[in-house]
Write a protein of this length. Structure first.
Length: 80
């Protein structure tokens, strides 16, 4: 059984290498441009994060903001 899995992995690796050699442009990565959304709370929620901006007076936090935030606190949504 182990030999079968090893042969399958080798075959898959060989197929990937041949594909990349034949069509290299399709296998290349590129930079993903984000529109100026990184300061928006909705942007982080799409990544599964719950963020608060805590740059208010006396460290007050808010869950919505429009301007850049100097003190951003984020956690995975499960731990909020």
């Amino acid at each position: 059984m182990l030999g079968r899995v090893t042969h399958l992995r080798f075959g898959l690796l060989l197929l990937m290498v041949v594909t990349i050699i034949q069509w290299p442009k399709e296998a290349e990565g590129r930079m993903v441009k984000f529109e100026h959304r990184a300061n928006n709370s909705n942007f982080y929620s799409t990544l599964g994060l719950v963020c608060e901006c805590c740059d208010g007076p006396e460290g007050e936090c808010r869950s919505k903001w429009d301007a850049p935030c100097a003190k951003l606190k984020c956690h995975p949504w499960k731990y909020h």
